[in-house]
Design a protein around this ligand. Structure first.
Ligand code: GDP
Length: 706
C-alpha cells in the first residue's frame, strides 16, 4: 500500500511537470481590430508563415480560412468565433477569432473569456478607430495582456508615430516600440527590430532575410539607437528587474543589454499590463508578420499555471465556449480545458445542465484541417465530438470528481432578447427539419431563443438584433438546407396598467349535479419597475387553503400572460385578493377560471398601456461628427442623452432611446459619420410608449397576426 502510494505520487509529480512544461508552450490569443484594419489578412499570413496552410487566402477573393462560413464571405464580417491552431517556434498558438459587429457583443465576450492575450491590429493610416476602442476596453475588463501590430504601413498616409501616440492618448495604454518602420506609404521598405538591431526589407516583390544594418545606413542606425535607448528606459520604469540590470552595469551602457534580457523584461511588463509592445508592417505584403508571431510567443503569457495547481488539478474542468453544427458529426463543441487532461470517452458532467456527457472523439482545428487527438492538455483548446446537450457557456467537469468541483466557471450573462419574429418552413413537410435546425442553432447561440406560440402554435424566434435574426435565417437555408422564411420583425413589447381597478367576478356552474359557486374580488394596482406580476399579497389570502390560493394565482398569471391590448405579457402590476367565497364543493379549476375572468376585467379597467424596450446606447464618434449624432438622436430617435464623455478627440455619448426608433441605426450612424463612429446597444429598461405614439403602435401591432 505504502509503495503504491509513493509510486503514484512520483508519477503524479512527473505528469504535472510535463503538463506545466507543455502549458508554457501554449498561447491562447485573439485578434481585435476595427473592421478593415486587416485582421483577416494578418491571420492568413500568420497561418501561411507557420506553414499551417499551403496557399495564401485572400480576403478580397473570399478564400480565407477563418471566414469560412458562407454568409461571412458574402457580408464581409466575421460573425462566428472559430478557433484555429498552429505551431510557431515550438509553441502551440490557439487563435480564437473575435467578431466585431454590434449585434454580436456576446460573441466577443464569449471569446475574450477563454483568451490569455490579445493582438490588437491598427490601420497605420486611421490609427485607433472606434471599434478598437470598445473591444480594447472590453479586453481590459478581462485584464488581458496585449501587443499591437500597426498594419498597412505601405498605404499612402500611414504614420507610425501618430499611431503610437494614439495608443497612448486614446487607449490609455503605455506603448513600447520594439520595431521601427523603414519608410512609409509608397516608400515603405521594411522594418527594423530594436532588440537585435537587424532589419528586414521588402525588395522587388519579396522579403529579404533579417540582416544587420549596412554601413551606409548611418542615419537609420542613429534613429534606431535612440529608439532602443528609449525602449530600455521605458522598460526599466515598468519592470524592476530591467532597472536592476541597468543599475548593476553602473555605466548605463544601453548597448550592453542583450536582446534576450530585454525580451524577458518586456514579457514581464506586458503580462503585468504595464506596457503594450508595438510592432509594425504590412500584412498585405507579408511584412512584420513574423514579428507579430515572435511577440505572441515571447511577450504574451501561457495559460496561468495556478489554474492547474488547485485542488481539482487532476480533474478535467472545461468551458464550452462555442458550439458549431457539422452535418456529419453533429455538434462540435469548442472547449477550453482549465485543468486535468481530457481523453475521448472520459465520463463528464455538465454542471449547468446537470447531465452526463461523453466525447466520442477529440479534435483540434489545424487551419482548415481537423485532426483527431488522443488527449487534450490543460490550458489548451480543442473540439469535442459527441456531446448530446452541451450549450455554449456550459462548464464540464469529470463525472467522478463532479461532487467537489461542481461549481460552474463564470459563464456568460445573456441579455433578454428584444426582437422576435415568426419562422415558417416553405412547405409543411419541412417542419421537422426546421425544428432540428433551430434546436442546433439555439445550442450554438444562447442569445437566440426559440419558443412556440401557445395560441397559434407557430414557432417564434427571439434575438438580439435585426442582423442576428437575418443571419439565423440565412444559416437555416444554407447550413441546414431548410427553405424557411421569417415573418416581419417585431419588438418585444409588454403591457401594464396606469391606475387601480377593483373588479368582481362570479361563477355559478352545476357540474355533475354539484354546484360550483365562486365569487372573487380583485384589486389591481400599478407597481412600476417591479417586473413580473405580483399576485395575492394581502391578508385575505393567508386565511385560505394554500391549494385554493394557488388556483387563484394561476388564473391571474394566465390572464397576465396575454394583456388586453395586443396580447403581450403584462408586467409591473400588483394584485390583491379582496374577497373570495366558494361553495364547499367548488373545484379548483372553477376557482382558477373565475380568478382569470376577474383579472382580465380589472386589467381592462385599470388604464392598460403599452411598454416598450428602451436601449442603452454607447456611441463613440470623432468630435467633428458629435453634433450630427446628437441631433439625430434627439430629433429622430426620441433619445435622451445622459452624458458625453471626452476621450481625446473621440466623444463617447451615453444615451437611451426606444428600440422602435433604432431600427437600421447601424447603417444610419455609418452614413452620418462616414463610417468613423461605432456603437453598442443593450437593453436598459421597459418604459411607457409616448402617448402620441401609443395609438399608432397599437394599430401596427394589431395588424401583425402570427
Ligand atoms: P478585417 O476586416 O480587419 O478582417 O480586414 P481585411 O483583412 O479583410 O482587410 C481589409 C482590406 O484591407 C482588404 O481589402 C485588404 O486587402 C486590405 N489590407 C489588409 N492589410 C493590408 C496592408 O497591409 N496594406 C494594404 N495596403 N492593404 C491591406
Amino acid at each position: 500500500m505504502f509503495r503504491f502510494r509513493r509510486v503514484r505520487r512520483v508519477s503524479r509529480a512527473y505528469t504535472t511537470s510535463l503538463t506545466n512544461e507543455a502549458m508554457k508552450r501554449i498561447r491562447n490569443i485573439g485578434i481585435i481590430a476595427h473592421v478593415d484594419a486587416g485582421k483577416t489578412t494578418t491571420t492568413e499570413r500568420m497561418l501561411y508563415l507557420a506553414k499551417a496552410t499551403r496557399r495564401m487566402g485572400d480576403v478580397d477573393a473570399g478564400t480565407t480560412v477563418t471566414d469560412y462560413m458562407d454568409q461571412e464571405r458574402t457580408r464581409g464580417i466575421t460573425v462566428t468565433s472559430a478557433a484555429v491552431t498552429f505551431q510557431w517556434k515550438g509553441h502551440r498558438i490557439n487563435l480564437i477569432d473575435t467578431p466585431g459587429h454590434v449585434d454580436f457583443t456576446i460573441e466577443v465576450e464569449r471569446s475574450l473569456r477563454v483568451l490569455d492575450g490579445v493582438v490588437a491590429i491598427l490601420d497605420g493610416v486611421a490609427g485607433v478607430e472606434a471599434q478598437t476602442l470598445s473591444v480594447w476596453k472590453q479586453s481590459d475588463a478581462y485584464r488581458l495582456p496585449k501587443i499591437c501590430f500597426i498594419n498597412k504601413m505601405d498605404r499612402p498616409g500611414a504614420n507610425f508615430d501618430y499611431c503610437v501616440e494614439a495608443i497612448q492618448s486614446k487607449l490609455g495604454a503605455d506603448p513600447l516600440v520594439t520595431q521601427l518602420a523603414i519608410g512609409s506609404g509608397r516608400n515603405f521598405e521594411g522594418v527594423l527590430d530594436l532588440l537585435t538591431m537587424r532589419a528586414r526589407r521588402w525588395h522587388g516583390g519579396k522579403m529579404s532575410e533579417w540582416a544587420a544594418l549596412s554601413d551606409d545606413a548611418s542615419s537609420l542606425r542613429e534613429r534606431a539607437q535612440t529608439a532602443r535607448r528609449a525602449l530600455i528606459e521605458k522598460l526599466a520604469d515598468a519592470d524592476e528587474k530591467t532597472m536592476e540590470c541597468l543599475v548593476e552595469r553602473l555605466t548605463l551602457a544601453f548597448d550592453s543589454i542583450a536582446a534576450d534580457e530585454i525580451r524577458a523584461g518586456i514579457a514581464r511588463a506586458t503580462c503585468a499590463g504595464a506596457v503594450v509592445p508595438i510592432v509594425c508592417g504590412s500584412a498585405l505584403k507579408g511584412v512584420g508578420i513574423d514579428a507579430v508571431l515572435d511577440s505572441v510567443v515571447d511577450f504574451l503569457p501561457p495559460p496561468p499555471a495556478d489554474e492547474s495547481a488547485n485542488e481539482y488539478a487532476e480533474e478535467p474542468r472545461a468551458l464550452a465556449f462555442k458550439v458549431l453544427h457539422d452535418k456529419q458529426r453533429g455538434p462540435l463543441v469548442f472547449l477550453r480545458l482549465y485543468s486535468g487532461r481530457l481523453r475521448p470517452h472520459t465520463a463528464l458532467y455538465n454542471v449547468n445542465r446537470e447531465r452526463r456527457e461523453k466525447a466520442t472523439r477529440l479534435i483540434e482545428i489545424f487551419a482548415n484541417e481537423q485532426r483527431e487527438i488522443k488527449e487534450l492538455l490543460p490550458g489548451n483548446i480543442g473540439v469535442a465530438v459527441g456531446f448530446k446537450e452541451t450549450v455554449t457557456g456550459d462548464t464540464l467537469v469529470s463525472l467522478a470528481g463532479h461532487k467537489k468541483s461542481r461549481e460552474a466557471l463564470a459563464g456568460l450573462s445573456v441579455p433578454d432578447p428584444v426582437f422576435y419574429c415568426t419562422i415558417e418552413p416553405d412547405s409543411a413537410s419541412l417542419q421537422k427539419d426546421l425544428d432540428h435546425a433551430l434546436t442546433c442553432l439555439a445550442r450554438e447561440d444562447p442569445s437566440l431563443r426559440v419558443v412556440s406560440d401557445p395560441e397559434s402554435g407557430r414557432t417564434i424566434l427571439k434575438g438580439m438584433g435585426e442582423l442576428h435574426l437575418e443571419i439565423v435565417e440565412d444559416r437555416i437555408r444554407k447550413d441546414f438546407g431548410v427553405a424557411a422564411s421569417l415573418g416581419p420583425l417585431q419588438i418585444a413589447y409588454r403591457e401594464t396598467i396606469t391606475s387601480t381597478a377593483t373588479e368582481t367576478a362570479n361563477r355559478s356552474l352545476s357540474i355533475g349535479g354539484q354546484l360550483n359557486e365562486v365569487d372573487i374580488t380583485l384589486r389591481l394596482s400599478s407597481a412600476t419597475g417591479r417586473g413580473p406580476v405580483e399576485t395575492v399579497t394581502n391578508e385575505c389570502a393567508k386565511t385560505r387553503d394554500a391549494e385554493i390560493i394557488e388556483a387563484v394565482r394561476s388564473g391571474i398569471i394566465s390572464a397576465c400572460s396575454r394583456g388586453p391590448l395586443v396580447a403581450c405579457p403584462v408586467v409591473d402590476v400588483e394584485v390583491a385578493l379582496l374577497s373570495l367565497t366558494t361553495s364547499p364543493s367548488a373545484s379548483l379549476s372553477a376557482v382558477a377560471r373565475c380568478a382569470n375572468e376577474c383579472a382580465l376585467k380589472a386589467l381592462s379597467a385599470a388604464g392598460p398601456a403599452l411598454l416598450e424596450p428602451r436601449m442603452h446606447l454607447q456611441i463613440s464618434t470623432p468630435e467633428e461628427h458629435l453634433s450630427a449624432v446628437l441631433s439625430d438622436l434627439s430629433s429622430l430617435r426620441s433619445g435622451i442623452v445622459e452624458e458625453v464623455q471626452t476621450r481625446q478627440d473621440f466623444r463617447v455619448v451615453l444615451a437611451t432611446a426606444p428600440l422602435a426608433r433604432l431600427r437600421g441605426y447601424a447603417k444610419e450612424i455609418r452614413k452620418l459619420t462616414h463610417g468613423t463612429a461605432t456603437f453598442t446597444m443593450e437593453f436598459n429598461s421597459y418604459a411607457l410608449v409616448a402617448p402620441h405614439m401609443q395609438e399608432r403602435t397599437l394599430k401596427e401591432l394589431k395588424s401583425f397576426v402570427y
